[in-house]
Ligand binder design. Structure first.
Ligand SMILES: [Zn+2]
Length: 325
């Protein structure tokens, strides 16, 4: 994939291409940003560009070198992924051996370390020496969710390239153009940080189910209490959807936001646009402040599940708490 084909991330592309054009490519980059925002794809695109036989500011995608990077068999392009939960020192040592051995060929080498924030202290120290005395010309690309997640010593030796969450409208258009169902595409782009992650969501079998459950619970929660608790138990916690309670809660925040969109005349922004009639009829039953409160309650419950609170407990407390507002 060439850099021009990585969706969004205009600033990252600009920073990298400017460095390439001015011959000031850094020895080490840190690609930092939320999961699914295109960091891995951009790393491959940068490697392809740096190794491309045509030596432009983007990969040609056609030369032998570009094709080898694409197929994962270019001898000067290496990737390390965490071995289990962490990137370990043996992996860094092996990489160093590989790079110095092959450096005899003199061409440029590029490597990528995914999950750089999981490096053990020993691995980080080993990498540090390597970053200080790179067997030039080597370009390192570290990938992590944020700059803060790396040791300061590593951080100070890399150039930060920030990745931002994708623009929802652009991602939705791209997914619909690929033939994905429009309602699911619109829902997914508000739950994932990037095109790749949104596409993965849409392609999951359970995703459409969670959306249906949110619509059902959303309609019941204010009119059929405490029956809605039973619905949650049967539709969510007695099914495989129980694994996705945090996604359901994040989707609830979008449902409540649609109420506010209905009250403020922004119907075209609705995520649950297939429920626009029901929403228009019921949105005025509460104040905007109350809907904002309900959104916050849903997002708090989703965070609690990520912090390992029992999902059913978090969901039930949400269904109780969101009623007060
Ligand atoms: Zn090429």
């Amino acid at each position: 994939m060439a850099m021009r084909d990585v969706p969004g991330q205009h600033r990252a592309k600009m920073l990298l291409q400017r460095a390439i054009r001015s011959g000031k490519v850094a020895h080490a980059y840190l690609f930092a940003g939320p999961p699914g925002s295109g960091k891995r794809a951009m790393a491959e695109a940068l490697a392809q560009t740096l190794l491309c036989e045509r030596q432009g500011d983007d990969a040609c995608g056609e030369c032998l070198s570009c094709r080898k990077v694409k197929h994962g068999n270019h001898p000067d392009w290496h990737t390390i992924v965490p071995d289990g939960a962490a990137v370990k020192i043996e992996q860094i040592r092996e990489l160093q051996r590989d790079l110095s051995y092959r450096n005899a060929g003199a061409g440029r080498k590029v490597y990528r370390i995914e999950g750089a924030e999981t490096m053990t202290v020993q691995a980080a120290n080993s990498l540090l020496k390597f970053l200080e005395e790179p067997p030039s010309p080597v370009v390192a690309i570290l990938i992590a969710p944020s700059a803060q997640s790396l040791l300061p010593t590593i951080l100070s030796r890399t150039q930060l390239i920030p990745f931002v969450p994708g623009n929802p409208e652009e991602m939705e258009q791209a997914l619909v153009a690929e033939g994905k169902p429009p309602l699911l595409a619109r829902t997914a782009v508000h739950l994932a940080a990037g095109l790749e992650a949104s596409r993965e969501l849409v392609e999951q079998n359970w995703f459409a189910e969670t959306r249906n459950v949110v619509i059902q619970l959303g309609k019941e929660m204010f009119s059929q209490f405490p029956g809605v608790l039973l619905t949650a138990q049967q539709q969510v916690f007695k099914t495989e959807l129980s694994n996705y309670a945090d996604t359901i809660l994040q989707m609830f925040a979008l449902w409540f936001r649609d109420m506010i969109y209905a009250m403020t005349g922004r119907h075209q922004k609705m995520v649950f646009s297939d429920q626009a009639d029901w929403i228009a009829k019921h949105a005025w039953s509460r104040s905007i402040d109350a809907w904002v409160h309900a959104m916050e309650t849903a997002l708090t419950a989703a965070r609690r599940i990520k912090a390992h609170v029992q999902p059913q407990l978090a969901m039930e407390q949400f269904l109780v708490n969101a009623r007060e507002g």
